[in-house]
Design a binder for this molecule. Sequence first.
Ligand code: WTA
Length: 664
Amino acid sequence: MSGDDADVELEARLEEQAEFEPPESFVEQANVTDASVYDEFEENWPECWEGAADLLDWDSDYDQVLDDSNPPFFEWFTNGSLNASANCLDRHLDERGDEAAIEWVGEPTDEADRTYTYAELHREVNEFAAGLREMGVGEGDIVTLYMPMIPELPIAMLACARIGAPHSVVFAGFSADALATRMNAADSEYLVTCDGYYRRGDPLDHLDKANEGLSGVEHEVSDVVVVDRLGDDGFGHDLTDTQRDYDDVVAANEGAEVEPVERDAEDMLFLMYTSGTTGEPKGVKHTTGGYLSWAAWTSQAVLDIKPEDTYFCSADIGWITGHSYIVYGPLALGTTTMMYEGTPDYPERDRLWEIIEEYEATQLYTAPTAIRSFMKWGSEFPDQHDLSSLRLLGTVGEPINPRAWKWYYKHIGNEECPIVDTWWQTETGGMMITTLPGVKKMKPGSAGPPLPGLDVEIVDNAGDQIEPGRAGYLTVQKPWPGMLRTLYKNDERYIDEYWAEYSDTDSDDPDDWVYFPEDGAKIDDDGYITVLGRVDDVINVSGHRLGTMEIESAIVGVEGVAEAAVVGGDHDIKGEAVYAYVITEDGYEGDDDLRARIVEGIEDAIGPIARPEQVVFTPELPKTRSGKIMRRLLEDVANDEELGDTSTLRNPEIVSEIRDQARN
Ligand code: WTA
């Protein structure tokens, strides 16, 4: 049989196979192998979470695992105290001081990679923490970090954590406006940013964008620190009076030691803004004790991280995945975590595989959108490299279809690595639904059962549990340590967004409170859950959450636009893409010029990730008699599918007109 025939046969076998047992070689060495963990956690709830807290070093012990006296404001490990930076650094120094904490790979191939041992990382974090103090940053002050994938980002995060200043990281790809909105919402008076970074071979000017954002901040920003990433490739910006060079700040504090501030378990570790139903981003608040325990426990149980691993997550630290699974979880466990600055196709489409081979990475955690690109590029790219160091693969951010799952399993994992398809959210702090890789069989297309100790139900509109196989709504019926505590300065919205739907909001009984993540899902007879996607007005583009309202308000802000509706349509690589339907103002033409200005308006308000796939001009939008836009029909148009029922519209004829426009 030729190699090709063998391949075809293998593909055919894989295609048929619906279930996969965890590979023997993996199970033999896995952190968690005992299936009784599910029952034990259930019987011993909530004390089961002591095991997660035990992964950390506490300055003073907590006296209660869960305080549920004031739902939905649940508190975990109450009265315990600890410091996240000490947990990620100091406690590893004795045994792992000379081992790599971070292996950083820049995008340019002719640039030297950077290794930070635990001792080196500890030192620079201390020096920068001293610098922040000197600027006046105190416990509780929110520091905004607007940085790409450079080592100074995790250093700044840990420096903030060390002095008890919560950080708010804003994804570097977000626009100046998005930065200003987040700094305003958090009342943040400090910013750490950089001059620029590399994207597909070219230096990008980041400071220009940061400066523009700063001009939109409504309060005084007392200090800005700028990392010099580009050196001679920089754009020659002069720093202003309030701006300081990062290297100068660190050099001025050479050898400084900053005692880690003892933080209450419930003190805020960081804020992370994410998209929701309305235009205003939500400031998700995560705490020191519960969040860090959750990040560490899931990193150990699901990603199977061990100190001697070289673990690689290809997400950006600007999103929650990077917070929990590049920085906090892996470093809390004392392992080596990798960071890669660039895109996977620069300079060639084998860049990730080259990095994995060179560093002998042991885990890869990435997103389905990336896997779909790898698949499209073809298996010849991973085939050029020895990927046998890999032991486990993971995905996160959106549903993965069985074809992409099997491609990943075969071409990256060589059928020897379990895949964990992990469902979770910014709000959950860490993984919630996925297989324990050393215990459970895998079913491509299904994330798996809820993790031990979690009570997940699929319910109907009324909140009643529905039978396996039918689509319903995902709910979490009991609190967990990694959960968000509230939306920053907005307890009311916290209740409205996550609890009101299925809870008895007048009740003091914690059992009457149900968390609603706003995802649709179904469950099978084995208790495996397939997540179907968002049921609110959030689009998931390449695993990134974007609110349709945010995009619509950006479009309506463009001169010449009267009204706009945005929906998500299917996309081969991105999963979902943005489709915009726009009504022009009288006197304006729906032409290429306006289209270009709309795209620009969206990029200015949010960033290039929100760039629409298509902008269609229309004299009207499909509306119900009560004036509600029927997005479902616009989704049919975006997907070029047969149009759904238009009978409840007051203008039924408009939908086919829009479709004709869209097809042109
Ligand atoms: C979606 C990312 C299916 C889901 C960690 C969720 C997923 C939203 C999966 C959260 C998965 C995430 N399968 N869907 N494995 N993982 N999602 O806040 O719709 O950026 O609500 O957090 O991504 O996105 P967020």
